[in-house]
Design a protein around this ligand. Sequence first.
Ligand code: PCA
Length: 209
Amino acid sequence: MDVSAPILVSGFEPFGGETVNASWEAVRLLPDEIDGHPVKKLLLPVEFGRSGDVLEEAICAERPCIAIAVGEAGGRAHLTVERVAVNLMRARIPDNAGFQPDGISIVPGGPDAYLATLPVDACVEAARKAGVPAQPSETAGLYVCNQALYRMLHVMSCNHMHIKAGFIHVPYLPCQVLEKPGKPFCPADISAAGIVAAIRETLCFRVVR
Ligand code: PCA
């Protein structure tokens, strides 16, 4: 294993009328190094296309050993580790550039779906062991996050890159639910602890298995 290969972790800008995005607030809190690997933090626009382009460029430039995109899933109570990305874009609300696709392919002619190459269930277990409520998820939706995961796995597949890559959705922050009674939330430091636990587990996974 390349002990100095970076770990790429992205978060998103605010969207949907929010002034913060829980994913970036958690990513910002990650340490700059984990077990000797520098952690590169990338802020993505909530835009179909451009977010995928930025991620793709970063993966090709950095050649990370692990790439994890993090997004906010308002309404989910747990940190959720995504298992699959599908080749479809369908948006309930326009993205931050005003684009609202209604069932078109992310990559025309591309595979219908990719599976995350992260050890999903082991990451969930590791987060739970760290005291962070976590669940596997079988759908990342059809909005910008699913597209980002699909683009990431697609560029890796096309270039035969063996990177442990995946996506983690985090709940709203407490400050986002002040006026949303009943909506679940998770402080950024707790979500960050879950992401670190998933990264550490993935590093062990690469070495041991
Ligand atoms: N969540 C959205 C896009 C950006 C984000 O943080 C999603 O789940 O698709």
